[in-house]
Design a protein around this ligand. Sequence first.
Ligand code: SF4
Length: 190
Amino acid sequence: MTLPEKVDAVNQVFAELDSRIATFQSHTGLHCQFGCGKCCFKPDIEASVLEFLPFALYLHQQKFATQWLEQLVKKNDPNCLILNPTQAGVGLCSQYKHRGLICRLFGYSARTNKYGRKELVTCAIIKSEQTAAYEAAATQIDAGLDIPVMNQVYMQLHAIDFELAQKFYPINQAIRHAIETVLQYYAYRD
Ligand code: SF4
């Protein structure tokens, strides 16, 4: 598979996932607070390289890849470089369309516990401020409501490129490696 084909395949996984999450949200009523973005301030977010390959290709196409790479190399604090704390709007992600898989999954996906039961993975704010909807969602999931399961979605990325999907890095390193992968790919092609 060529790099653009891999990006298309990742974007297809994202599109299907976003649609399933939207359906889950509409059935449960669970939602993020307007303008929140607190989950992006966690300094220990980890991601794979592959989930940021669409963003890296976009940067390359826009001729911003080298500039972002330089910023990532210089950056000392662990918060995601894409985070814009001063942004007004629904959230603080300056590249929402190109966010990674972990960013899409968090809040509205499940992990499977040792008994095979799907448990909703969401944030403390949703749990405490939307308790009734959160508890109702758990019941709906037990009754069969569709919810993406984290490791199953990551397996879809493994099928696209195992090497780029299997290893997790701190989020800025994952973005950096994704940009390096794109720049390397196009070094002799442009
Ligand atoms: S890519 Fe966007 S959504 Fe993901 S952690 Fe960074 S700022 Fe948050």
